[in-house]
Write a new protein. Structure first.
Length: 69
């Protein structure tokens, strides 16, 4: 049976700084640049782009390895 994925975010200041955690309990800080935030973490867009890049790379690597390259 597949493992259930879990993720949570918690607002940790009076601006827009969040603490995100997932199954490994490793914390990721999400913030925005000043004046909206304090710039003390990744922006949501940066995390989205990292996620898309790693997802695409995983798919390509898996396919290349299946065909023996």
């Amino acid at each position: 049976m597949a493992e259930q994925l879990q993720a949570a975010v918690e607002l940790i200041n009076n601006k827009v700084k969040f603490k995100g955690t997932a199954k490994s309990n490793i914390q990721v800080f999400i913030d925005y640049n000043q004046p909206i935030g304090d710039g003390e973490g990744y922006t949501s867009l940066e995390l989205l782009l990292l996620s898309l890049a790693s997802c695409s790379a995983t798919s390509v690597l898996t396919l290349l390895r299946r065909i023996g390259l």
